[in-house]
Design a protein around this ligand. Structure first.
Ligand code: NCD
Length: 310
């Protein structure tokens, strides 16, 4: 197994293919142990994990907490809204305070691009990016890759359609990098106003027509309209949006018969995906992705702290 050369996980491009495969292989083992409820519960005993989330989260926060606890870490979640940041303490002083408590890993989600890298440069402990602005969400890409690998055997030679609010999506950016690194191709599908500038340099095919874009794809990844990040772009008519860019059983008729339907969550029913399709466990991997999220985060915590383990 390849251990990780960097002390932290900040972005997909910082990882080598060997490191990615190491994370996915170990995560696969943990996913099996999770189902059998027989994880080695004291593997990371004595190590401290602090989750610091400046943006809302259900899946990512809970899965990091559970991942740490399953492996025996002292896991705590800092409540940003009740912290001394509200008394005017700087982010730097807050992070230095957490490091002084001998945190071994700090997991951070932050809305401002670049902040997590800056924090990583400030501390000696491991840092994991749990979603940074519109730029990066490496552990989401890793759990999506694991979900695909488990279902299709490989990402080599596959075609993935990523559809929806690409412009504001860190999930799309990290997934594109990882899918391409593992040998897959990507179709981007979105209305013009949700396609980011500079897309020509991303090495993807761009479609404005959804039926065209999903044709011949092995995977369709749907994305939420991230209203909280929209400044000048406004999509006001959600029904009209669903008609053109929503996924439902009818539209799936135009795709490959066994196409995998994915969504990182949270979903907005009736907007990017119909309620009926979201509830159709035979056709979507939404809950499976959440399950793989715990396993991937366990693998990341384990591989990053190898040197500190007893
Ligand atoms: C995503 C995120 O926060 O970037 N959610 C997640 O981590 N599962 C996607 C989103 O918020 O739409």
């Amino acid at each position: 197994m390849t251990t990780l050369k960097n002390k932290s996980i900040i972005d997909i491009e910082d990882l080598s293919i060997e490191e990615v495969n190491s994370i996915l292989d170990l995560a696969e083992t943990y996913s099996k142990q999770n189902r059998q409820r027989n994880v080695p519960y004291n593997k990371l005993q004595g190590l401290g994990l602090i989750n610091v989330f400046f943006e809302n989260s259900t899946r990512t926060l809970m899965s990091f907490e559970l991942a740490g606890k399953k492996l025996g870490m002292h896991t705590v979640n800092m409540s940003v809204s009740n912290s001394s940041l509200q008394k005017g303490e700087t982010l730097r002083d807050t992070i230095k305070t957490l490091e002084s408590m001998l945190a071994d890993v700090i997991v951070i989600r932050h809305s401002q691009n670049g902040v997590i890298k800056m924090i990583d440069d400030m501390v000696d402990c491991c840092v994991i990016n749990a979603g940074n602005g519109t730029n990066s969400h490496p552990t989401q890409a890793l759990l999506d890759a694991l979900s695909i690998r488990n279902k299709l055997g490989t990402l080599k030679g596959i075609k993935v359609a990523i559809c929806g609010d690409i412009r504001h999506s860190r999930v799309a950016r990290s997934n594109i990098k990882l899918i391409k690194m593992l040998g897959g191709d990507v179709n981007i599908i979105a209305p013009k106003e949700l396609i980011p500038s500079g897309i020509d340099n991303w090495g993807v095919s761009v479609f404005n027509d959804m039926d065209e874009g999903i044709k011949n794809c092995d995977v369709i990844m749907m994305l939420r309209l991230q209203m909280e990040r929209m400044q000048e772009t406004k999509i006001s008519d959600k029904q009209a949006y669903h008609k053109l860019y929503g996924l439902n059983h009818e539209r799936l008729e135009n795709a490959k018969k066994d196409v995998l339907v994915m969504h990182p969550g949270p979903i907005n029913r009736g907007v990017e995906i119909s309620a009926e399709l979201a509830d159709d466990a035979e056709r979507t991997l939404i809950n499976y992705q959440v399950e793989m999220g715990v396993a991937v985060r366990m693998a990341c915590l384990d591989l990053l702290t190898t040197k500190k383990q007893k």
